[in-house]
Design a protein around this ligand. Structure first.
Ligand code: ATP
Ligand code: MG
Length: 167
């Protein structure tokens, strides 16, 4: 991994913007201040694309996808919620396994997939020192994917010094 200090909001904005379609409403809850995290921007874009892609794939048109960033004491919490078909409790951990797809004829006949997306997402988040989990109130009640990323407060200072040189 080639870590860079980057602005998380930019990565997430780009991911969200590339998925935006008139079939869904996107809501963003981002803090005002920039959030500095040590990430591989391409890999993090892949995480966001996969989670938003799933949110659209497993939701009926007309739903709302809500993307929230919350700064906490030691990390940043990123949550992406949809109003789609939801995930049964028994599957909430298994969906991160390679090739695992929730076994439901009605959902799998409509949308294809290899079941690899979330296992890759899981690995990337782990490589960044974060964790990821899914919550769902059950079938038809939507799903929320949440992941954490540790801060790089030192990095932010380095970055400020770096940009100062050019001002
Ligand atoms: P791929 O991403 O490889 O094209 P996939 O979407 O089936 O295929 P994953 O992204 O790994 O694979 O997701 C695993 C399974 O988790 C999906 O098949 C689906 O059953 C379930 N799932 C993932 N995201 C959602 C969601 N937002 N709402 C409901 N079910 C979901
Ligand atoms: Mg997927």
């Amino acid at each position: 991994l080639n870590y860079q200090i980057d602005r998380l909001v930019q990565i997430i904005e780009t991911g969200a913007n590339s998925s935006i379609s008139s079939d869904f409403t996107f809501v963003r809850n981002f803090p005002e201040e920039p959030i500095w995290v040590e990430i591989d921007p391409d890999k993090m874009a892949q995480v966001v694309d996969n989670i938003i892609g799933n949110a659209l794939k497993y939701s009926p048109k007309g739903g709302t996808v809500t993307i929230s960033l919350e700064t906490r004491e030691n990390d940043v919490l990123i949550s992406i919620s949809d109003e789609g078909m939801g995930i049964p409790k028994a599957d909430l951990l298994k969906i991160f396994d390679r090739f695992y797809r929730v076994d439901n004829a009605s959902r799998n006949s409509k949308v294809g997939g290899t079941g690899l997306g979330l296992s890759i997402v899981h690995d990337i988040v782990k490589m960044h020192g974060g964790s990821i989990f899914a919550t769902s109130d059950g079938e038809g009640k939507g799903t929320t994917f949440s992941f954490t990323l540790p801060y790089s407060s030192e990095g932010a200072e380095d970055w400020d010094d770096f940009t100062d040189e050019f001002e």
